[in-house]
Design a binder for this molecule. Structure first.
Ligand code: SF4
Length: 198
């Protein structure tokens, strides 16, 4: 039987299916409209998300909000989650810096993402970055090659991938960052196109 988001969230709270729980503050489960027609999947919680227990509330989340607004998509109507629910990090000075999750950690956490997709039944799934694309579309999917294109998936009628907003935060030159932002907005505008096709 399909579990509700409430049940899944409770179960995931005590998850120790991989070792990431040990160094994180808490499980950061998905949040948003439980009946959303659009689900955004990111990589993993960052430092701020780990402390607050909510996805996409840090710098990358704020950039995502800005890109969604420009693409004409209201975050209030979305369900937002991550492929991996605990923050993986390494200490650099006093800062906890993001560390990319390993495939084994993506696999270990997949049951929660699968449960969320089954409970929400989104019409559109947007993978933000390579980790999310690997978890949703497949291990060989390359965001750099196939971003902004709908791919066939048994998980939802419309699935596509784009860059994770945190990748834009790492771009040094203003001009390059502005261009990357425009491309992100352009990709996110596929959400409206997919909803309009229904
Ligand atoms: S990252 Fe996922 S699989 Fe690993 S302990 Fe956390 S919730 Fe469980």
């Amino acid at each position: 039987m399909t579990k509700t988001l409430k049940q899944l969230r409770e179960d995931a709270r005590g998850c120790q299916n991989c070792t990431l729980w040990a160094n994180a503050t808490q499980t950061v489960f998905g949040a948003g409209d439980p009946h959303a027609r659009v689900m955004l999947v990111g990589e993993q919680p960052g430092d701020e998300e780990d402390k607050k227990g909510l996805p996409f509330v840090g710098p990358a989340g704020r950039l995502l909000d800005k890109a969604l607004t420009e693409a004409g998509v209201d975050r209030e109507h979305l369900y937002v989650t991550n492929a991996v629910k605990h923050f993986k990090w390494q200490l650099r000075g006093k800062r906890r810096l993001h560390k990319t999750p390993a495939q084994r950690e993506i696999d270990a956490c997949h049951q929660w993402l699968e449960g969320e997709i089954a409970a929400v039944k989104p019409h559109v799934i947007v993978c933000l970055g390579s980790t999310a694309a690997k978890a949703v579309i497949g291990k060989d999917f390359k965001v750099s090659i196939s971003r902004g294109q709908f791919v066939e998936s048994p998980l939802a009628p419309y699935v596509f991938a784009t860059l994770h907003p945190s990748a834009l935060l790492r771009v040094q030159e203003d001009e390059d960052r502005e261009l990357a932002f425009k491309q992100l907005v352009n990709d996110l505008s596929l959400i409206k196109k997919a909803l309009a096709r229904d």
